[in-house]
Design a binder for this molecule. Structure first.
Ligand SMILES: Cc1cc2nc3c(=O)[nH]c(=O)nc-3n(C[C@H](O)[C@H](O)[C@H](O)COP(=O)(O)OP(=O)(O)OC[C@H]3O[C@@H](n4cnc5c(N)ncnc54)[C@H](O)[C@@H]3O)c2cc1C
Length: 488
């Protein structure tokens, strides 16, 4: 799912009005209305929405963006994490327009499936492959089942967990495929899709969390009859891919928000502890030059992965909050940028490879820029991205495998998909993520609903693990509050 924007709880105004007390801090320090920890998209958008308050956003890295940063190679920007979005809705659409960013719909073919030596481009290619490996009747049944199940779905916290949806939260995606007796090709194709999108496999994620991604693939689907021309049914493929980014990648959004925030953002500042002292919070940090500082705030938003939130603010959280945070597991992940003087893959934006390889997708990092900027069409530099997902989120090998070993596997597997292409690699850059994706295991919607309901007392949680593991879903819309009707 790349389109939905969820609402997080942020009833902080109430806490901004409490009087300061005597927290031990640097003499010249002041009491901020709100301190936000973590300048990933969740923390940045929280700050963007609260700029009329006295706020500080603290980020441990030198750059902002968290899992949505870009690298640079000879003037070419390439994604190191987040690659694309669905069509942005409010509030993301508003942020993009306020910041004057130029959104690009990714030109077709945005998705190509590689299966047994052949390429199947776009929705048409995917349908062709599924129908060939099952039947038209089976394909229709698969699509209709997904759309029927998705009908009542909404993002957290709006999902009403009852009836069918509640049950789908308790079973794995594999169980749902099996009880519907879908032909093996469906679980085969979607297992690798889920590994790529969630860093976890079909036996690990809940059926409910798989649903938005499945439904995204069948948006606007209408039953196909035997005498219909299949290619005709997918003419939209050429006009609209429903996938979006920017010339310099998704990182344009975090960078533009950071620019907008100016000196309210402090990078290179690692928060080591958040403590409650009566009505205020003390936020202790280590700065880039290794000096320590403690800030004081009336409210704190923790927009860090759950494990980090637990470590730095454990004492300030309730027993139940700690218990739920500790139950969130993260999949490791790695992306590998390959630099070459000739193209390695340039027939589309994303090539999905068969299951069982180290990587699940091959992206042409120059696809958007080449399409929209004529000057890049005769370029001498190409950047190809491999997205490496674990076979199971419990397998941490991606984090510990030495670079040379990882690259040796990459070269062998790349040649299997695109023969001879490993010889084109001139340089490479590996980015590893310990907290790649929060895994939506069975029961996660129920746990997250509960976690959101018990967030109060001036200490707030934000981030994709509370909603859904995509860029657009962890945006905060601070005009909504569920607690006591307090609005910010
Ligand atoms: C490889 C990869 C590809 C992806 N591709 C897509 C995609 O194509 N489309 C999509 O929609 N989603 C994608 N996602 C998911 C998406 O990137 C995330 O859901 C989203 O970026 C999470 O944002 P966040 O703000 O919750 O967390 P993060 O981006 O992780 O931000 C947390 C921030 O907190 C900072 N921090 C941590 N500890 C501290 C501390 N102690 N003090 C101060 N700061 C701290 C971190 O440095 C980081 O900047 C991808 C994820 C990965 C890993």
């Amino acid at each position: 799912m790349r389109t939905k924007i969820a609402i997080l709880l942020l009833p902080i105004l109430f806490f901004m009005s409490v009087p300061p007390d005597a927290v031990a801090v640097n003499k010249n320090d002041r009491t901020y209305d709100v301190i936000i920890v973590g300048a990933g998209i969740a923390g940045l958008t929280a700050a963007f929405s609260l700029t009329e308050y006295d706020l500080l956003l603290l980020e441990k890295e030198k750059q902002v963006g968290g899992r949505a940063t870009s690298g640079q190679y000879q003037g070419i920007s390439y994604a190191r994490g987040t690659e694309y979005l669905g069509k942005p809705e409010a509030p993301l659409a508003g942020i993009i327009s306020t910041l004057g960013l130029t959104l690009r719909e990714i030109p077709a073919p945005a998705d190509i499936i590689f299966h047994r030596g052949k390429m199947f481009p776009g929705d048409y290619g995917k349908a062709r492959l599924m129908i060939d490996k099952s039947s038209l009747g089976e394909f229709n049944r698969f699509a209709e089942k997904i759309l029927a199940a998705y009908e009542d779905y909404d993002d957290l916290p709006d999902t009403v967990l009852r009836g069918k949806l509640q049950r789908l939260d308790t079973i794995t995606a594999r169980q749902w495929f099996a009880e519907n007796r879908f032909a093996p090709i469906y679980s085969e194709l979607y297992n690798v899709t889920f590994r790529g999108l969630f860093g976890a496999n079909i036996d690990e994620i809940s059926a409910l969390s798989a649903l938005p991604e499945l439904a995204f693939d069948f948006e606007g689907f209408e039953r196909i009859d035997e005498d219909d021309d299949l290619a005709e049914e997918f003419t939209d493929d050429r006009n609209s891919t429903g996938m979006y980014s920017f010339d310099r990648g998704i990182a344009e959004i975090p960078l533009a928000i950071a620019n907008h925030l100016g000196n309210r953002l402090r990078t290179g500042t690692m928060v080591t502890a958040v403590e409650r002292t009566r009505d205020l919070f003390a936020v202790s940090c280590t700065q880039a030059d290794n000096t320590r500082i403690t800030y004081r705030a009336k409210a704190v938003i923790l927009a860090t992965p759950s494990a980090i939130t637990l470590t730095i603010a454990g004492e300030a959280l309730s027993v139940e909050q700690r218990k739920i945070l500790a139950s969130v597991s993260y999949a490791p992940y790695a992306t590998i940028a390959l630099f070459s003087e000739v193209p390695i893959f340039n027939q589309g934006f994303d090539l999905a490879v068969p299951d069982g390889l180290l990587f699940t997708d091959i992206y042409d990092a120059t696809w958007i820029a080449r399409h929209f900027k004529a000057k890049l069409t005769t370029q001498q530099t190409w950047v190809t991205l491999l997205y490496a997902a674990p076979v199971s989120y419990r397998n941490m090998a991606l984090l510990t495998m030495p670079d040379q070993e990882l690259m040796s596997t990459v070269r062998t597997q790349l040649d299997y998909i695109l023969p001879g292409s490993s010889g084109f690699i001139k340089k490479w850059k590996i980015t590893r993520f310990r907290y790649g994706y929060p895994v939506m295991t069975p029961g996660s919607y129920q746990r997250m609903t509960r976690l959101q309901a018990i967030t109060d007392g001036g200490l707030y949680l934000a981030g994709d693990y509370l909603v859904y593991p995509t860029f657009g879903c962890c945006l905060i819309r601070p005009t909504c509050s569920r607690q006591g009707g307090r609005m910010v």
